[in-house]
Design a protein around this ligand. Structure first.
Ligand SMILES: *Cc1c(COP(=O)(O)O)cnc(C)c1O
Length: 392
């Protein structure tokens, strides 16, 4: 049914369709190519307005945004930070860059997001409030912050987590790197939390090639973030540095790309949601396929469309299906191996890791580029149907 001439369908590729060329050319023509220039400020302003957070600091990538967020939040070496167990590795690594230790919490099974019930159980049963802060009684370490990740673009239950952060005096750093354009109760997901972090990596819903941003309500934190990400300069002329700073600033060329991409974000989100709707309609009735969920209180950007495959019912497991689709030139991908299984993070405490492992085993992300055509999507759906028919 599929001949050799059929084109490769990638998992997800950038969509460059607006003023990208014009804005980047302007940087090149004027010589404003580096980390100063009007596009950096403009990009920060545009994003701050789009998200609804008053302060924005552009940085080199999302991981740097998370690292900087932990530093300005005052996380110290040997502190503990609660992190989603089922996530891309960046937030766990950022915690370690700050010298702190992640405590991994597994997801709930409905939307695959960090489980507030498990978080509460950890805080209630393992931690104690003392004069020096919240102490994990098992490790003797201070618990300082929480980084929930809006996995695959679907919002976490941010209200439940905010309440826990208030009750236990934890800083809430929202990893919204996958969730730009997603809403929680009608409001931009990235407007919640003490700090929200974004990424503009090539595989995200919008891209600057590589890039990131830190957003916050706290003017002092934003100022501090700007300071730390520009090598902690204390004097504009003399090379005087008041702290160990970082070279984390975004360049003007990247910011120019960012402005052009951000102008198109509404249509990107609309297209992602349309792709999701079509997959849900077409795949829902195939036995053993669980389509991507969306909570009542959520409006997901469906950044990475991900199904679950029940091997017994479908007739093959997610990895065999991945191979089958690959043979038909359709690129798919598993979700991330849970953090508690990764060599550099195995020493960290973990709660609810079993749910992560089930989702990890069953999940498969399908092609969902903003530029995906109807014909291409039909081919993906038909090939999955065919895989099921051939196997059962
Ligand atoms: C993409 C991503 C990041 C940041 O990635 P960068 O490549 O550093 O921009 C952070 N956390 C999660 C969950 C991500 O998916």
């Amino acid at each position: 049914m599929h001949d050799q001439t059929e084109a490769f369908i990638p998992l997800s590729v950038p969509h460059i369709a607006g003023n990208e060329w014009q804005y980047v050319k302007e940087c090149l023509d004027t010589g404003w190519v580096s980390s100063a220039g009007s596009y950096v400020n403009k990009f920060e302003q545009m994003m701050s307005e789009y998200v609804g957070m008053p302060h924005a600091v552009a940085v080199v990538n999302g991981t740097a945004a998370l690292h900087t967020a932990l530093l300005v939040a005052g996380v110290q070496p040997h502190d503990e930070v609660i992190v989603s167990d089922l996530t891309f590795v960046a937030p766990a690594n950022a915690v370690r860059y700050a010298g702190a230790i992640p405590v991994f919490i597994g997801p709930e099974a409905d939307y695959y997001q960090i489980d507030p019930v498990q978080v509460e159980k950890f805080l209630q049963t393992e931690c104690e409030k003392t004069s020096t802060g919240l102490i994990n009684q098992n490790t003797g370490r201070r618990v300082r912050a929480m980084i929930p990740v809006h996995v695959l673009g679907h919002p976490v239950d941010i209200n439940a987590l905010s309440e826990l952060c208030s009750a236990y005096d934890l800083t809430l750093i929202s990893d919204a790197t996958e969730a730009l354009g997603s809403k929680f109760l009608g409001r931009s997901v990235a407007s919640y939390g003490d700090i929200a972090c974004l990424s503009f990596n090539g595989n995200k819903i919008m891209t600057t090639g590589g890039g990131g941003m830190l957003l916050t309500h706290n003017a002092e934190w934003a100022e501090h973030a700007r300071y730390l990400t520009t090598q902690a300069k204390d004097d504009p002329l003399e090379y005087d540095h008041g702290a160990i700073g970082y070279n984390y600033r975004l360049t003007n060329i990247q910011a120019a790309l960012g402005c052009a991409q951000l102008e198109q974000i509404s249509s990107f989100v609309a297209k992602k949601r349309q792709i999701a709707h079509t997959y849900a309609t077409e795949l829902r009735h195939i036995p053993g396929i669980c389509v991507m969920p969306e909570a009542d209180w959520a409006e997901s950007n469906y950044w990475m469309y991900t199904i679950r495959v029940d091997a017994d019912v479908f007739g093959m497991d997610s990895r065999v299906l991945l191979q089958y689709l690959a043979q038909h030139k359709i690129q798919t991908r598993p979700v991330w191996r849970p953090m508690h299984l990764l060599k550099p993070h195995q020493q960290s405490p973990v709660y609810g890791g079993a749910v992560s492992e089930i989702i990890y085993r069953e999940a498969l992300s399908l092609p969902c580029s903003v530029g995906l055509s109807d014909l291409e999507q039909t081919r993906v759906v038909q090939t999955i149907r065919e895989a099921h028919r051939n196997q059962v």
